[in-house]
Design a protein around this ligand. Structure first.
Ligand code: TTP
Ligand code: MG
Length: 376
C-alpha cells in the first residue's frame, strides 16, 4: 500500500468495518414511463426528446438502444440509426411524481437515502431496520415494490461502497440485480473497462488508452506518483477506484426544514393561564424532538389557530442555534405573552424550530463490527 495515501490503507475487500450500500436506478426512466402510459409504445423503440433539427435525446427505450441510440445523442443521429424511432416530449411532472413514489419506498427501508437524480439513489442499509436479513434481499424487495407500485422496473447494485454499488446496478440492466461481495471488488473493477468508472469520460478514456490503461487491472499497476503526474487531482480517486475502494459515505437527504409539534385542544381556550399550560406540554414535546434529532435551528415560531380557523404566528430568530430547553421555554412564553390577550378562543397551539443549520451529524464511520450485522 502506498504510504502517500494513508486513508486508503484500509483494504476494503475484507475484514471488519464494511457497510452495505444499495444503488437503485430506474431502467430507461423517461421512456419507460411513456411506454407505461401509452401501451401502443410498448416493445417499440421510443425516444424522449424533441425530434426537430436541434433536438437531443433525453433517453430512449432499450428497444432503441439495440440500434445504438443513446441519451444525449442528437435526434438526427438517432433517427439515422433507427428510422422507426418514435419521439415523445418529456412530461416532467409525471417523472417527478414517480420519483417521489420511489423515494418513499426507499425511506421505508432506511433513513440513509441519498438521491442522485430523479431516478437513482444510494441507500445505506448497514443497519437492518426491518429485520429483513440481507442487503440483497432488501434490494429485491425494493425492486418488487417499485414494480408493484409504479409499474416500472429498476435495477439495483449491492456492495460495500458507493463506487461498487453504482457499477453493480449497471451490470445487469434492465431489470437486473448484481451483488459485489466483500473480497470481490478489486477483481470486479479489474475486469471493467476504465470508461465505465464514474468521472471518466470519452476524453479521459482516450488518454488512458494512450498510456496503456484499458481496464481497472491496468490502472491498478500504476502507482500513485504516476497517476498524480498524469491525472492531477483525479489521482487519489483513480488509485482507490482501481482497488474497489471508496470511502465516501451515503449523505442522507435529511435537510429538514423545520421541526416541532402542534396540538388541537380538546376544547377551545382563551385564558393566558390555560394557554401557558398547553404551551408547557408542547415545549416538552418539541424539545424532545429537537434533542433526539440533534437539530440546530435559529428561528422559533409559535402558531395559534383560532375558533374561526384563522391563524396567527409569532417568530423569533436567534443569532445562534437554539441551545437548550430553558431557552426554548423562555422564548415560547415570550412569544405567547406578545399575543395576549386574545380576541377569540384558540383551538390549536403549535411550536416549530426552523432556519436549520446545514450540518451533517452522522459521519460514515465504518460500522463498528461486521460480524452480527446484515449479511450481503
Ligand atoms: P439515466 O438513469 O442515466 O438513464 P435511464 O434511466 O434513461 O436509462 P438506464 O438507467 O436504464 O441506463 O437517467 C435517468 C433519466 O434522466 C433519463 O430517463 C432521462 C434523463 N436524462 C436526460 O435528460 N439527459 C441525459 O443525458 C441523461 C443521461 C439522462
Ligand atoms: Mg436510470
Amino acid at each position: 500500500m502506498d504510504p502517500a495515501l494513508p486513508d486508503s490503507a484500509d483494504e476494503h475487500a475484507g475484514g471488519s468495518g464494511l457497510r452495505k450500500i444499495i444503488h437503485v436506478d430506474m431502467d430507461a426512466f423517461y421512456a419507460s414511463v411513456e411506454q407505461r402510459d401509452d401501451p401502443s409504445l410498448r416493445g417499440r423503440p421510443v425516444a424522449v426528446g424533441g425530434d426537430g433539427p436541434r433536438g437531443v435525446l433525453s433517453t430512449c427505450s432499450y428497444e432503441a438502444r439495440k440500434f445504438g441510440c443513446r441519451s444525449a445523442m442528437p435526434s438526427i443521429t438517432a433517427k439515422r440509426l433507427c428510422p422507426q424511432l418514435i419521439f415523445r416530449p418529456p412530461r416532467f411532472a409525471v417523472y417527478t411524481a414517480i420519483s417521489r413514489q420511489i423515494r418513499a419506498i426507499f425511506e421505508e427501508y432506511t433513513p440513509l437515502v441519498e438521491p442522485l437524480s430523479l431516478d437513482e439513489a444510494f441507500l445505506d442499509v448497514t443497519e437492518d431496520l426491518k429485520g429483513i436479513g440481507s442487503a440483497t434481499r432488501i434490494a429485491e424487495l425494493i425492486r418488487a415494490r417499485i414494480k408493484a407500485e409504479t409499474g416500472l422496473t429498476a435495477s439495483a447494485g449491492v456492495s460495500y461502497n458507493k463506487f461498487l454499488a453504482k457499477l453493480a446496478s449497471d451490470q445487469h440492466k434492465p431489470d437486473g440485480l448484481c451483488v459485489i461481495r466483500p473480497g470481490e471488488g478489486a477483481d470486479f473493477v479489474g475486469r471493467l473497462p476504465v470508461r465505465r468508472f464514474f468521472g471518466i469520460g470519452p476524453k479521459g478514456a482516450e488518454k488512458m488508452a494512450a498510456l496503456g490503461i484499458e481496464t481497472g487491472a491496468d490502472l491498478r499497476t500504476k502507482d500513485i506518483h504516476f497517476l498524480r503526474q498524469h491525472f492531477g487531482s483525479q489521482a487519489d480517486y483513480l488509485y482507490r477506484a482501481a482497488r474497489g475502494i471508496d470511502l465516501r459515505r451515503v449523505k442522507a437527504d435529511r435537510a429538514r426544514k423545520s421541526l416541532g409539534a402542534e396540538r388541537t385542544l380538546d376544547k377551545d381556550l382563551a385564558s393566558g393561564a390555560a394557554l401557558r399550560e398547553v404551551l408547557e406540554r408542547i415545549i416538552a414535546i418539541t424539545w424532545d424532538r429537537i434533542d433526539k434529532a440533534g437539530a440546530r435551528g435559529r428561528t422559533i415560531t409559535l402558531k395559534l389557530k383560532f375558533k374561526d380557523f384563522s391563524n396567527l404566528t409569532r417568530a423569533r430568530s436567534l443569532p445562534q442555534a437554539l441551545a437548550s430547553r430553558a431557552e426554548l421555554n423562555r422564548i415560547g412564553h415570550e412569544l405567547l405573552d406578545e399575543v395576549l390577550p386574545l380576541a377569540q378562543p384558540v383551538r390549536l397551539v403549535g411550536l416549530t424550530l426552523s432556519a436549520m443549520e446545514d450540518d451533517d451529524p452522522a459521519p460514515n464511520a465504518p460500522a463498528t463490527a461486521f460480524q452480527g450485522q446484515l449479511p450481503f
